[in-house]
Design a protein around this ligand. Structure first.
Ligand code: HEC
Ligand code: HEC
Length: 208
């Protein structure tokens, strides 16, 4: 390669790297600002909500959070009413609809960079082992590594708040929340005892 062209290409290459690092930083700073403004009052600054009726969302993959907010926005997923800090009723559908596309992207990116901190909760130990086996047989394909991370774009369940998890299991059972087809095929196999055992396993937050 002609050395002038090589140099020009190389300089351009360096500029591109710098730009992409800069834009990731900028996204994170922007995401943090938006999170503080619109989400922290319920989900906390880092997405580890302290209220057991509000899900922890720290460490969910960016693609997953983006997808969930889109599900709320489009009406695919319904959301319960909850009081905001001004004492007014709101819900995740309204909140998602108020966000612009680039804000949803920055928020999804920001929360994906936060660390999920499992909630310390009581669990019925006699059901934990059964729940773990069910999880490995039916759910671990997507809720990978015993549901401790979101690497395959499914929510973290290990250490999620029990009250929230119980609500979502009820929604899936009563068909008030839709499931992807592949999850539905597995979820259909569960009876009420299996569901309870899975919940106990998730809140026991077994690592290993
Ligand atoms: C006023 C309280 C409140 C605020 C503010 C709020 N949320 Fe939520 N969020 C909730 C509640 C409650 C749920 C559970 C909704 C349900 O399933 O009915 C939820 C659910 C979610 C979920 C789904 C989690 C899961 O495990 O499926 C995501 C993602 C989320 N919120 C992101 C956000 C983001 C991003 C913001 C800021 C733009 C935000 N929330 C602001 C209360 C709030
Ligand atoms: C094909 C992949 C897949 C399989 C298999 C699967 N899930 Fe899911 N699950 C998902 C995805 C993706 C979501 C979130 C997005 C959505 O609701 O579409 C989800 C959401 C959930 C939620 C709601 C969590 C929250 O934060 O709101 C629960 C609870 C859940 N799954 C439990 C299970 C259980 C129990 C099994 C096994 C019986 C299972 N899933 C199998 C992909 C899967």
């Amino acid at each position: 390669m002609n050395s002038a062209i090589f140099r020009a290409t190389f300089v351009f290459f360096l500029m591109t790297i710098n730009l992409s690092i800069f834009s990731a930083d900028a996204d994170e700073v922007n995401g943090k600002r938006l999170a503080k403004k619109y989400c922290s009052e319920c989900h906390q600054d880092d997405g580890n909500s302290k209220d057991d009726s509000i899900p922890k969302i720290a460490g969910f993959s960016a693609a997953l959070t983006y997808d969930i907010l889109d599900q709320f926005k489009s009406g695919y997923r319904d959301a319960k009413e909850i009081k905001n800090k001004d004492g007014q009723m709101t819900n995740m559908v309204k909140i998602s609809k108020s966000l612009k596309e680039d804000e949803i992207e920055a928020l999804s990116f920001y929360f994906s960079k936060q660390t999920f901190k499992p909630a310390v909760q009581a669990s019925n130990e006699s059901l934990v082992e059964t729940g773990k086996q069910l999880h490995l047989d039916l759910c671990n394909d997507c809720h990978v590594d015993l549901a401790t991370n979101s690497d395959d774009d499914a929510p973290i369940l290990a250490g999620q708040w029990k009250a929230y998890l119980t609500e979502q299991f009820d929604h899936f059972s009563n068909r008030t929340r839709k499931m992807t087809r592949r999850m539905k095929r597995k979820f259909r196999k569960l009876d009420d005892n299996d569901k309870q055992a899975l919940i106990e396993f998730y809140v026991s937050s077994v690592k290993e």
